[in-house]
Design a binder for this molecule. Structure first.
Ligand code: SAH
Length: 404
């Protein structure tokens, strides 16, 4: 068994059970890509078993802090079993569920989503790559499913020195699936979509949007960064549930991805909504918001769900300016009493900072507003206590005064 020895004092984060060892903390030792190594302190104290990523800044990702633990197929089966069982604690209103959420499920670098009878996995680290076959077998056994599609085509694979791969790892067939989420359906293609095909983390926030649309009977809704129209469909479902006629409610959806917008149009039809209730703009959100302001367009509800602008805390300052600009435009376009549903999925921007950014955006827009809800990731996207970075998704519902 190979050993990695840390520099003096560099054991502190591992003693707090944070699962990463950065290259700068290593005094000596290493291993082959994905190999299990013993990590110990400068004084020789056992700290953890982890997988080596020789070319990454995150040099070791921890599998276990228990010296007696063997890292083998049984370990992965047991850890996956706990992750899958945890999803049974909640009544998840969808057949699309995140089964494994990386570090927070004790499996750094592994993401597994279930869409109906199809599993989709991302193996994003050398360690998960090394144990891929054992992990795939255990997942099929634990879920009773037969199909697993691999989407290891994320750019982070390159930091690990791994090629991008995608395709069926187990089973085969059509990669198109239809999700039944809350009271609507959403089509996706596991081979083509972003990440594993869809944004499951926003599931409960789509339901909150539906409830608000139904209750507030919005006439004009703007969904920015709409992807395949999840929030669009939720708003239309809310309008229908409120008994509104198609001409009484309209949703404008913006994204810079043409294929995502095509899926969005398809999702509107799939749920039996009238296409005349929607406008789809293949455009840059920032440019569109400026144009709306010039044209005097106003909305009763606006969703801002931009991509990750600050992947790490190091990008926070620049990203903070981008978030503020975006939110300032959002506030300017709200009708009095309108509601802004604003999100950040940046691990590098914490909840408090996000609220400060949104507050200064409102100030600059000259809008008086109050927060009514604080939103986050759905419960199948847990946050391990020693890994606060796992809390990447945060959202605020902000209502502009004066009310009508
Ligand atoms: N709200 C969506 C997820 C949004 S993900 C859902 O619930 O499913 C972020 C989206 O922003 C992606 O679809 C991406 O194509 C889009 N995007 C990124 N930069 C953009 C820009 N400058 N203008 C418009 N869309 C953009």
């Amino acid at each position: 068994m190979k050993t990695i020895t840390l520099k003096p004092g560099k054991e502190k984060s591992l003693l707090r059970r944070h699962p990463w060892v950065f290259d700068g903390a290593v005094a000596k030792g290493g291993g082959d890509p994905g190999e299990t190594v013993r990590v110990h302190s400068a004084e020789g104290q056992f700290l953890a078993w982890g997988a080596v990523s020789p070319s990454s800044k995150i040099r070791v990702r921890v599998w276990s802090f228990d010296e007696a633990q063997r890292i083998d197929a049984a370990f992965f089966r047991a850890t996956l079993s706990i992750a899958v069982s945890a999803r049974g604690l909640f009544d998840i209103k969808s057949n699309g569920v995140r089964l494994v959420h990386g570090e927070s499920d004790g499996l750094p670098g592994l993401v597994v989503d279930r869409y109906g009878d199809t599993l989709v996995a991302q193996f994003l680290s050398c360690g998960t790559e090394r144990w891929k076959q054992q992990i795939a077998d255990a997942l099929l056994e634990l879920t009773g499913l037969t199909r697993l599609y691999e989407r290891s085509d994320a750019s982070v694979r390159e930091l690990e020195g791994l090629p991008r791969v995608s395709g069926w790892l187990r089973g085969q067939g059509d990669t198109a699936v239809v999700l039944q989420e809350h009271s609507w359906q959403l089509a996706l293609d596991v081979a083509e979509g972003h990440k594993t095909g869809f944004y499951l983390d926003q599931r409960d926030n789509r339901q909150a949007f539906f409830e608000a649309a139904r209750h507030a009977r919005w006439g004009q809704v703007l969904n920015c960064f709409c992807y395949t129209g999840g929030f669009t469909v939720a708003a239309l479902a809310g309008m229908r549930a409120a008994g509104m006629r198609p001409e009484e409610g309209h949703v404008t959806s913006i994204d810079s991805s043409g294929p995502a917008l095509d899926k969005g149009r398809g999702n509107v039809a799939l749920n039996g909504f009238d296409a005349s209730q929607t406008t789809w703009l293949d455009a840059d959100v920032n440019t569109s918001l400026r144009a709306f302001e010039r044209e005097g367009r106003r909305f009763d509800a606006i969703v801002l769900d931009p991509p990750k602008l600050a992947p790490t805390a190091a990008h926070a300052e620049r990203a903070a300016r981008a978030y503020k600009d975006l939110n300032r435009w959002g506030f300017k376009l709200l009708n009095p009493g309108g509601m802004l549903f604003t999100y950040s999925c940046s691990g590098g921007i914490g909840v408090e900072l996000f609220q400060k950014i949104v507050a200064s955006a409102a100030l600059e827009a000259g809008v008086d507003a109050f927060i009514t809800h604080r939103l986050g990731g759905a419960p199948d996207h847990p946050v391990a206590l020693p890994f606060p970075e796992g809390e990447y998704l945060k959202g605020l519902v902000v209502v502009a005064r004066p009310l009508k």
